[in-house]
Design a binder for this molecule. Structure first.
Ligand code: C5P
Length: 236
């Protein structure tokens, strides 16, 4: 598999558990996401080790700060050899452009994507922080801003993917969490989509955590998901 669509969320509290788990996976079959929990506990050394094991790593730290600080953080992330990293679109045009420019000329430039609105926020939460035009419009506005600043894509829910694909074109990268294989438990995800549905709705990459990390046979769970995706691709 040359371009695995599944990004396994390595949501572990310590390096040893994360590395041990990654050792049960295969870099040819998935990529990995390191988020705030693992990064805060285990640090950049852990990211380097995962890269050294041959995995493409999505560093999910959602930078949001003044442009100069975010640019420097993006450069530091690129030096770790990550494949993808992200920032908050709400940081605004100057911050997004600074992040993009910081990665100019970097060898094997990481993909830079934006978080639009956190899916944990309801309409009332959004109004409270001054976003009055509703989540759909807000997501599209921020995704357009990210695209206009030269970012490669956004994190979005599968429900938002068809609209973003239509409005922002084929080449804008859509990365989608909240995925559950048909037979799996929903955990605390409210709206879930199956892997094949998410791909047919326009997502490029699927972030999947617990259905793989809590499986008794993670590699088998991953293979099954990849198979579901490739079968759905053949029928499209
Ligand atoms: O275990 P699960 O598949 O729910 O993990 C999903 C991963 O995607 C977690 O790391 C979570 O933080 C992340 N995520 C999410 N929903 C969002 C954005 C990110 O579940 N809207």
């Amino acid at each position: 598999m040359t371009d695995p669509r599944v990004i396994v969320a390595l949501d572990f509290a310590a390096e040893e558990a994360a590395l041990q788990f990654a050792g049960r996976l295969d870099p040819a079959l998935c990529r990995l996401k390191v988020g705030k929990e693992l990064f805060t506990a285990a640090g950049p050394g852990c990211v380097r080790k995962l890269v050294g094991m041959g995995f493409d790593v999505f560093l999910d730290l959602k930078f949001h700060d003044i442009p100069n600080t975010v640019a420097a953080a993006c450069k530091a992330a690129a030096r770790l050899g990550v494949w993808m990293l992200n920032v908050h679109a709400l940081g605004g045009r100057a911050m997004l452009s600074a992040a993009r420019e910081a990665l100019e000329g970097v060898d094997a430039r990481p993909k830079l994507i934006a978080v639009t609105l956190l899916t944990s926020m309801g309409e009332q939460d959004l109004r409270e922080v001054g976003i009055a035009d509703g989540s759909q419009q807000g997501v599209l506005r921020l995704a357009r801003l990210a695209q206009g600043c030269g970012l490669d894509g956004v994190v979005c829910s599968a429900q938002e993917a068809p609209m973003l694909r239509r409005e922002l074109g084929r080449r804008f990268c859509l990365v989608t969490p909240g995925i559950r294989p048909a037979e799996a438990a929903g955990d605390d995800q409210v709206r879930v989509t199956t892997p094949s549905d998410a791909i047919s709705m326009g997502s490029d990459y699927l972030v999947i955590g617990r259905p793989i990390t809590r499986s008794p046979d993670p590699l088998q769970a991953l293979r099954r998901i990849n198979q579901e995706i490739s079968l759905s691709g053949e029928t499209q």
